[in-house]
Design a protein around this ligand. Structure first.
Ligand code: NDP
Length: 349
C-alpha cells in the first residue's frame, strides 16, 4: 500500500509553527472510490488565511492514520491530481485522467488521496497542451475572473472593465478572458521600479491599458479614462484608497465587485456614488458560487476555460516552483501574501 506524505496542521496559528510533515497509509480502494496522485498544488492567499483560522472555509480535521487522538487538517485547497486507480463501480473517471478538486477545503498539499468520484472535478478537455500548472491554478482564480465578468453586468464587445490588483493571478485571468471576449480593460497596478516591464507583460497578455495606482485619483487619469470609455464594471482586489478611487471612474449605473482585500484597509465610499451615480456594490466569493450552482454549470465553465488553454488562448499565471520539502513549503507559505512577489507559488510533487 502507498504512503501519503502531507503537510498538515493540528490547530490554527502561525503557519511556520503549526505546519508539519506527516506520513500515513493511503486508505484502501473501495468499489466507489478512486486513488489520485497529486501533480501540482499552488499556495494561495486564502490557504494562508485558512491556516491562521481566519478563513470561513474550515478544513476537516481528521485522524489521518494516527493511533493517538491527534487530528490534522491537510494544507491547501487547490491542485491537480492524476487518477492512479479506480474502484470497480467507478465509471466517470479512468486511470490517467487529470482532475481538480470539486470543492474548497480538500487539502491538496499531499502526495496521494483517496475518495469518492464526487470529490473530484473531471477535466474532459485537458489535452496534452494543457500543463499541470494551468490545471493546478484553474479552480480558484480563472473561475473567479470568469464569473465576475459574466454575472454582474452584460458586457458588449468594446465595453470597458477596470480592475485593481491587475497583476494578481485573478487579474491576469481577467485580462485574458476579456481579450478573448472582445472586452477592453483598464488595469491598475502598484507602481514599482520595473513598471515598464510589468506594463509590457500585461499588454502582452491582452491588457488594453495599464495604469499605476499613484495616479489613479488624478484629474488627468479621470479625463483619460473618460476618453477611452467609462467602465461598466469594476473589479476590486485591493480595497482602501485604490478601491475608492477606482469606483469614481465607473459609468453611471456601473457595477463594482469586491473579491479581495490585499491592502487590508476598509472600503470607503462617497455617498454621491450611490445616490447620484447609482453604482451598485457587490461581493463575490467563488466558494459561495460553487456551493449554490450545479455540477453541470461548473463543468460548463471549467470545460470552456480548459478548451481556451488547449487552444493557447489562456496561459499559466506567472509562477515559481516550490519544492516538495517541509522547509521550502513553509517558507513559501510565510512568503504567501507579501507584495512584489515573483508570481504564484506552485508546489510540484
Ligand atoms: P496573487 O498572489 O496572484 O496576487 C496578489 C496581488 O496582490 C499581487 O498582484 C500584488 O500586487 C497585490 N498586492 C499585495 N499586497 C498589496 C497591497 N498592500 N496593496 C495592493 N496590492 C497588493 O493573488 P490571487 O490572484 O490569488 O488573489 C488576489 C486576491 O483575490 C486575494 O485577496 C485573494 O484572497 C482574492 N481572491 C478571492 C477570490 C474570491 O472568490 N473572492 C478568489 C480568488 C482570489 P503586486 O503585483 O504589486 O505585488
Amino acid at each position: 500500500s502507498l504512503t501519503v506524505d502531507a503537510l498538515v496542521y493540528p490547530k490554527y496559528g502561525r503557519p511556520t509553527e503549526v505546519l508539519k510533515w506527516h506520513s500515513y497509509p493511503l486508505p484502501a480502494l473501495t468499489p466507489e472510490t478512486v486513488h489520485v496522485k497529486f501533480l501540482a498544488s499552488p499556495i494561495n492567499p486564502a490557504d494562508v488565511n485558512q491556516l491562521q483560522g481566519a478563513y470561513p472555509v474550515k478544513p476537516p480535521f481528521e485522524l489521518l492514520g494516527n493511533t493517538d487522538d491527534t487530528k490534522y487538517a491537510v494544507g491547501g485547497n487547490e491542485g491537480v491530481a492524476q487518477v492512479i486507480a479506480t474502484g470497480d463501480k467507478v465509471t466517470d473517471l479512468k486511470v490517467g485522467d487529470r482532475v481538480t478538486m470539486a470543492k474548497a477545503g480538500y487539502g491538496t498539499w499531499r502526495t496521494y488521496a483517496a475518495g469518492p468520484v464526487s470529490d473530484f472535478q473531471p477535466l474532459s478537455k485537458a489535452d496534452k497542451n494543457v500543463t499541470d500548472v494551468q490545471l493546478a491554478t484553474l479552480s480558484v482564480n480563472p473561475c473567479t475572473a470568469y464569473r465576475m465578468l459574466k454575472d454582474f453586468v452584460h458586457l458588449e464587445k468594446g465595453d470597458y472593465v477596470i480592475q485593481n490588483g491587475a497583476n494578481s493571478a485573478v487579474g491576469q485571468s481577467v485580462i485574458q478572458l476579456a481579450k478573448a471576449w472582445g472586452i477592453k480593460t483598464v488595469n491598475v497596478v502598484r507602481n514599482r521600479p520595473d513598471i515598464d516591464q510589468l506594463r509590457d507583460d500585461l499588454m502582452q497578455l491582452g491588457a488594453t491599458h495599464v495604469i499605476t495606482d499613484d495616479v489613479l485619483g488624478s484629474h488627468e487619469t479621470k479625463t483619460m479614462i473618460k476618453e477611452w470609455g467609462q467602465p461598466k464594471l469594476g473589479l476590486n482586489c485591493v480595497g482602501g484608497k485604490s478601491a475608492t478611487e477606482m469606483a469614481r471612474h465607473l459609468s453611471a449605473n456601473g457595477q463594482f465587485v469586491t473579491y479581495g482585500a490585499m491592502a487590508r484597509a476598509p472600503l470607503a465610499l462617497p455617498a454621491s456614488l450611490l445616490i447620484f451615480k447609482n453604482l451598485a456594490f457587490h461581493g463575490f466569493w467563488m466558494t459561495r458560487w460553487t456551493d449554490t450552482h450545479s455540477m453541470e454549470e461548473r463543468t460548463e465553465m471549467v470545460d470552456d476555460l480548459v478548451a481556451m488553454m488547449a487552444r493557447g488562448d489562456f496561459v499559466e499565471p506567472k509562477w515559481t516552483q516550490v519544492d516538495w520539502k517541509e522547509d521550502s513549503v513553509k517558507s513559501a507559505v510565510d512568503h504567501g501574501i507579501q507584495g512584489f512577489g515573483t508570481g504564484k507559488q506552485v508546489i510540484l510533487f
